[in-house]
Design a protein around this ligand. Structure first.
Ligand SMILES: Cc1cc2nc3c(=O)[nH]c(=O)nc-3n(C[C@H](O)[C@H](O)[C@H](O)COP(=O)(O)OP(=O)(O)OC[C@H]3O[C@@H](n4cnc5c(N)ncnc54)[C@H](O)[C@@H]3O)c2cc1C
Length: 391
């Protein structure tokens, strides 16, 4: 949606296909980091964006690991325009982008229209096949962009080789009501269990990572064990954990972490999770996808305006975004190993290594994490023009 908006803003004809009838899906997380807010600022949209319903602006991100409470991020130390993160559900975010994009006559969005395959001619992708309530359709285009997430149909059909980085856990996703005096911690880990929380106003969106191999066994044991695990990590849930009546009150979200070895082939490029599926760690995936979109628009607006995109133009996108992606995935894997992986399934109290605890007393780890996650490595800046301003 962001790439569609940026290209339409630069005067390029764009058609975005979205398979669902609305954006009311609950599977992507809400963490809009300073990197994305910076892009909104550069686009002149920040004030309008912040008028959209969202849960507070968070500067300090705290977690409890075993007995230690640590500061995962202190965004007030940043030099970006916004020194906070916004918790905004993605349906609000996507609705906002779609509304802004519709101001441009070259932007077209077809909801309830699913890409089902690619059209290839002489080794070049020249369009997509799809289906909508009105029936099957074919769309021809100078360039097809696969931005259809971690289960991307476009990348599956492209034949581009995938490198599986491996994700040992999936996530159990559930809601528990939120009380005004609940602690403001976003992550809890101890004794082989972890819990991450997103503030949605009157409820917490809760995620419990669980080893893929153990989920069937957990379900067989019944909901009581999961309830007990939640209360052990975050005792304030004791008076409401019964809201989880049975397993029907939970969703199982599949996590995958992988990346394409090559993000493109003639006539096609993948970005966001379609190019590199991200784990939930650090709540960084949507922000990385936005960074990809900004980089892709900066590189593609000129060639698309001239009606031809070369293999070299597409390769430039991967060269620009591959390093930040790999490094972020590596940092996510390290955090997962250090915190949750250290004992998912074990009963031993989680204790951060002494060297980590010592370092946590300085601002160095916070500054390093600040650099990698909220700002992003190699932050992108909007360089594409706005045709409405030029007119
Ligand atoms: C459990 C879990 C929690 C997470 N929490 C966070 C978090 O808090 N913060 C964060 O930043 N990241 C989080 N992530 C990662 C984040 O969800 C992804 O990195 C991010 O959504 C990628 O954005 P995207 O635009 O590439 O893909 P998506 O957000 O997945 O968007 C893809 C879009 O394409 C549509 N689509 C899919 N297939 C088709 C098709 N065939 N035709 C047409 N449309 C199609 C989908 O409906 C969707 O709207 C989490 C991931 C998981 C697994």
């Amino acid at each position: 949606m962001m790439l569609g908006y940026l290209l339409a803003r630069a005067g390029i004809e764009v058609l975005v296909l979205e398979k669902h009838a609305d954006f009311l899906r609950d599977f992507r997380g809400d963490t809009v980091h300073p990197s994305t807010l910076e892009v909104m600022h550069e686009l002149g949209l920040l004030d309008e964006f912040l008028k959209r319903p969202h849960q507070k602006q968070v500067s300090q991100i705290r977690a409890r690991i075993g007995r230690d409470e640590i500061l995962l991020g202190d965004l007030s130390l940043l030099s970006t325009h916004c020194r906070f993160m916004v918790m905004m559900p993605q349906w609000e975010f996507l609705d906002f982008l779609a509304e802004q994009a519709r101001r441009y006559p070259t932007f077209h969005l077809r909801m309830e229209t699913e890409a089902t395959g690619l059209i290839e001619e002489d080794g070049r992708i020249v369009g997509v096949r799809g289906k909508s309530p009105a029936g099957p359709l074919e769309v021809r285009a100078t360039l097809v962009v696969g931005a259809d997430g971690r289960n991307s149909v476009v990348r599956d059909c492209s034949g581009l080789p995938i490198e599986d980085v491996g994700a040992p856990t999936d996530v159990l996703w559930m809601r528990l009501s939120r009380h005004a005096d609940d602690p403001e911690l976003f992550f809890y880990a101890d004794r082989g269990k972890a819990l991450f929380l997103t503030d949605r106003g009157d409820y917490w969106q809760c995620g419990v990572p669980a080893p893929k191999a153990a989920i069937a066994e957990m379900q067989a044991k019944g909901i009581e064990e999961l309830r007990a695990a939640i209360v052990e990590l975050a005792p304030f849930f004791e008076n409401r954990v019964e809201e989880l009546r049975d397993w029907n009150d939970l969703k199982l979200l599949t996590v995958r972490v992988d990346r394409l070895r090559q993000w493109h082939r003639p006539g096609l490029v993948c970005i966001g999770d379609a190019a590199h599926a991200m784990s939930p760690v650090g709540g960084v995936g949507i922000n990385l996808a936005i960074q990809d979109a900004v980089a892709a628009a900066n590189i593609l607006a000129g060639p698309l305006g001239e009606g031809a995109v070369s293999a070299e133009d597409l390769a430039k996108i991967q060269r620009r975004r591959s390093f930040p992606t790999r490094l972020t995935q590596t940092v996510q894997a390290l955090i997962q190993k250090q915190i949750a992986g250290r004992g998912l399934g074990s009963r031993k109290p989680t204790r951060l290594p002494w060297i980590v605890r010592l370092m946590e007393r300085t601002t160095l780890p916070v500054k390093l994490r600040n650099r990698v996650i909220p700002v992003g490595i190699r932050p992108e800046h909007v360089k594409t023009p706005d045709v409405l301003k030029a007119a």
